[in-house]
Design a protein around this ligand. Structure first.
Ligand SMILES: Cc1cc2nc3c(=O)[nH]c(=O)nc-3n(C[C@H](O)[C@H](O)[C@H](O)COP(=O)(O)OP(=O)(O)OC[C@H]3O[C@@H](n4cnc5c(N)ncnc54)[C@H](O)[C@@H]3O)c2cc1C
Length: 836
């Protein structure tokens, strides 16, 4: 039997072995020599370990039986004349055919201090283990400043990791924008805004000249080339990768112009017995890109298939690899495909929602050449499939996310999964043949969705288009929908996430199911949301009962029911703001936000507010926000009812109600509608005879006027109807579904809603009433509960170790008499050169 040796056991080597065995590899005696101490794992999903995944969760399944896999076995040389490789332990392994799949190494620029303790790279599970252990140690010592060098894909993943590990994180990028290889200036600016909103500071157009050690010899700060410093207790260098071509170079194999082992269209090197695949290979094809390497997994998988075919006597050749990418970075969709420039472009930018899209077109505007999507990449599959062909719909319909425009046009050869090169035709035939009836089966039959997973929504869509009814599985850990989980928790009296996942799900959960279950538990039990295991389920804002802001500080938002406030309470807010140097702003929801509080200040600020009779405004939670009101018949000449009194009563009734999404409401005292009630989740407008109730409205990205549900209700009928409306919504809506889209998706729409909550056709009325009565009776203010319990305060105490002065890297300025973080972007708006 011929001896086949593979060097490296990364993602591409694993795919190569699978491709070989799928085609029938009994011609070979296969040996895999792997430098790492574990078999191939999913490097693309590496960062998932910071969201609860274990190393086993990333495992790619190991090698088939009969293959010899030697772990912790680095190859140090290739003896081409002897046809053998030499390993670091001195062993020699002979070969008849040799495949190099050695991947890349992180590029560490020659910066002074790059080898200090506390400086890491981000490539392997071992790198991440070391990073996690070091950060835990630093955080315990109160050193919480994290910095990442590089604002590309890896840099942003690393920044998210540092953020999840509890560090105040800054990203330094040499280029003038984030992800310079994938997006243009407009997309980079929108991405920067999204990332800054998450509390990660971004410094573009800056380079680091040195990493500087502190008194203990480990890294403590970072110096910019242009002057200035940053605190940096932990640094991750993510400044790109370089192909691991050293074995090829030592063996005299030619390299590509920018490194990498040069291979032809069959993935063979100059030596007919040696092949190279994946990130270590420089592919010589026709055209200006000839001899380049690829830092993405899809081209590597294509090389693995071609090399396997060739070794078994086939004639496969490499086509120009597709470098289109669709990623989710810190929760933000980013996609780039095709050319980076073109004769014409069409740009769509919605500053309010942070959606940016650009299409590059031929000069007759008929052919799509490329594009960039940031914030919403739902049009990506259709657009990518249309590359080089006619536009499937008018550009503006595509860019503005018109789903119908996108959906109808996907041709059969559209590549749905770019990591694994799977087309729509392949997926549709797996579904229509009956082989695949749900997403896991589509994955198993076609491999689509098995690598980065960004095409999974498209797989669901194709199943639906083929008429296969999809159970609305919440995520991969729960086969049930949110509504089904709600019922399970309610009926079975489940009290913890572990209990639920142990009995009704599998795995450890993710950032989809954990907050959903936390919200359901809170809706049903109204317990303290940060007790015990519940704390680990919450997202950042709930975690500190405050909203994180772009400079890493938090905002404090006390409830001001109905927008009504006494002079005494106004004075307390003013005094607190003055004493803690907080910026104050009256919001659209008729309350006062205080910005700029550090974590350890939150309990001190809330102590003062709670003592003055304030309570949490739940600005951080998916819960009732405010019930806005006009001044009503108390003062207004046109008012016909007491809108303020009703708004106050409703806000107090529904405060703290955890829901699938935030809920906003308003009460107007007459038809002039000064409270803008019809743009709210529920809005009430006074009539001579009582109250009209509107539901399912919202402002935001897709504004929707609320629908009139009932007219001239008495106050008690109104309250009962709103109780049922809210409880039915809480019980049946999907995760993160506002009442507007819930109502639009509800079978039977408004008519069905009326039947359930007014006519009580399903007999649910009493149950919904009782659920709301329980909520009202068990409500307790979260901030008071926090202050009263030293154990609960500990979460804030741990941050007492953090520097008591604000982060020195954040500079402040004064705008209109208040202290605000200095902007890196456009200057504040002024008219006639003066601040208004
Ligand atoms: C955090 C992160 C996120 C990523 N996200 C994406 C993404 O979203 N989309 C995407 O397309 N790509 C992504 N990538 C890139 C993707 O992981 C790589 O393209 C892919 O892993 C390349 O596979 P490979 O087998 O060529 O190299 P690798 O997976 O690096 O495997 C090479 C293996 O060879 C071993 N080796 C090297 N030299 C020797 C030797 N002398 N002897 C023995 N063994 C040796 C190495 O230790 C390594 O285990 C990401 C990478 C990282 C690190």
């Amino acid at each position: 039997m011929r001896r086949l040796v593979i060097i490296g056991h990364g993602m591409v080597a694993q795919r190569f072995v699978e491709a070989l065995f799928t085609r029938g590899a009994d011609l070979f005696d296969v040996t895999v020599l792997a430098e790492e101490n574990r078999p191939a794992y999913d490097r693309v999903r590496l960062s998932a370990v910071f969201e609860g995944a274990s190393a086993d969760d990333l495992d790619l399944g190991g090698v088939p039986s009969g293959v010899t896999l030697k772990l912790s076995c680095a190859v140090t040389a290739i003896d081409r004349s002897a046809g053998a490789v030499v390993c670091a332990d001195g062993s020699v392994v002979p070969y008849d055919a040799l495949v190099l799949a050695t991947g890349s190494r992180p590029f560490v620029p020659p910066i002074e201090g790059a080898s200090l303790p506390g400086v890491f790279v981000y490539r392997t599970l071992d790198d991440l283990d070391a990073l996690r252990a070091y950060v835990a140690d630093r955080v315990a010592a109160g050193r919480t400043a994290g910095a990442v060098l590089g604002g590309g894909l890896l840099g942003l993943e690393a920044a998210n990791a540092l953020r999840l590990l509890g560090l105040r994180t800054q990203v330094v990028e040499f280029a003038p924008r984030l992800m310079p290889l994938q997006v243009d200036d407009g997309g980079g600016a929108v991405l920067k805004r999204h990332i800054t909103d998450l509390g990660v500071q971004v410094h573009t157009g800056q380079s680091c000249s040195a990493l500087i050690a502190g008194a203990d010899g480990s890294v403590a700060s970072l110096a910019f080339s242009g002057g200035g410093m940053l605190d940096a207790d932990v640094v991750v260098i993510a400044a790109g990768v370089r192909p691991r071509d050293e074995l090829g170079a030592l063996a005299g194999l030619p390299a590509g112009p920018r490194g990498g082992i040069l291979v032809d269209e069959s993935c063979r090197t100059e030596d007919p017995r040696i092949w190279a695949i994946g990130e270590c290979a420089a592919l010589a094809l026709q055209g200006p890109e000839s001899g380049r390497t690829y830092g993405l997994v899809a081209p590597g998988y294509a090389m693995a298939e071609v090399a396997a075919d060739r070794l078994l006597g086939g004639g496969a050749v490499m086509a120009e690899p597709d470098t289109s990418t669709k990623l989710k970075l810190l929760g933000v969709d980013v996609a780039a495909f095709g050319a980076a420039t073109g004769p014409l472009d069409v740009v769509y930018h919605d500053g309010a929602t942070g959606v940016y899209a650009k299409l590059l077109l031929s000069d007759d505007a008929k052919t799509l050449l490329g594009g960039v999507l940031v914030g919403d990449a739902s049009a990506y599959p259709a657009l990518r499939a249309s590359l080089g062909g006619p536009l499937p719909a008018p550009p503006i319909a595509l860019l503005a996310g018109d789903q119908d425009a996108v959906r109808i046009t996907l041709p059969g050869n559209a590549q749905i999964c770019s990591c694994n090169g799977v087309t729509k035709d392949t997926i549709v035939s797996a579904i229509t043949s009956g082989a695949a009836t749900d997403v896991p089966a589509v994955k198993a039959c076609t491999r689509a969705g098995t690598t980065c997973g960004s095409c999974v929504p498209a797989l669901k869509q194709l199943l639906n288009e083929c008429g296969v009814h999809q159970p609305k599985a919440l995520c991969e850990h729960f086969g049930q929908s949110r509504q089904e989980l709600f019922d399970i928790i309610r009926v079975r009296g489940v009290r913890t996430f572990s209990e639920l996942i142990g009995e009704y799900g599998h795995g450890r959960g993710c950032d989809i199911c954990k907050p959903v279950v936390a919200s359901i538990l809170a809706s049903l039990t109204n317990g303290y949301v940060l007790d015990g295991e519940q704390a680990s389920l919450q997202d950042t804002n709930d975690h500190f009962l405050a909203n994180i802001q772009r400079d890493g500080t938090y905002s404090v938002v006390p409830r001001i029911p109905g927008g009504e406030i006494t002079p005494e309470k106004l004075i307390v807010i003013g005094e607190v703001a003055k004493d803690f140097g907080l910026y104050t702003k009256i919001t659209g929801g008729q309350r006062i936000d205080l910005f700029g509080a550090r974590v350890e200040q939150l309990p001190l600020i809330w102590r003062r507010l709670v003592d003055a009779g304030f309570e949490s405004g739940h600005a951080y939670g998916k819960a009732l926000r405010t019930v806005k009101s006009c001044v009503g018949d108390t003062w207004c000449r046109y008012g016909v009812q007491d809108s303020v009194g009703l708004a106050v009563a409703l806000e107090l009734r529904y405060r703290g109600l955890r829901a699938p999404h935030k809920v906003k409401a308003a009460v107007s005292g007459c038809a002039r509608e000064c409270a803008e009630a019809r743009s709210k989740d529920f809005g009430i407008i006074a009539t001579e005879a009582g109250w009209n109730l509107y539901v399912g409205g919202n402002g935001g990205f897709r504004p929707r006027h609320a629908d009139l549900l009932a007219t001239d209700l008495s106050t008690s009928d109104l309250v009962r109807t709103v109780d049922r409306f809210l409880m039915y919504y809480v019980r049946t809506a999907d995760r993160l579904q506002r009442t507007a889209s819930w109502l639009e998706a509800l079978d039977g729409g408004l008519g069905h809603l009326r039947e359930v909550i007014i006519d009580d056709r399903l007999g649910l009325g009493a149950e919904l009433d009782a659920a709301m009565a329980r909520h009202v009776a068990s409500y307790a203010d979260e901030w008071r509960a926090t202050l009263e319990d030293p154990a609960r305060l500990e979460r804030f105490v741990s941050f007492v170790n953090a520097p008591q002065t604000p982060d020195p890297s954040i500079t402040f300025t004064t705008e209109r008499g208040q202290r605000v973080p200095a902007r890196s972007g456009p200057v504040p708006v002024t008219l006639h050169g003066r601040q208004p």
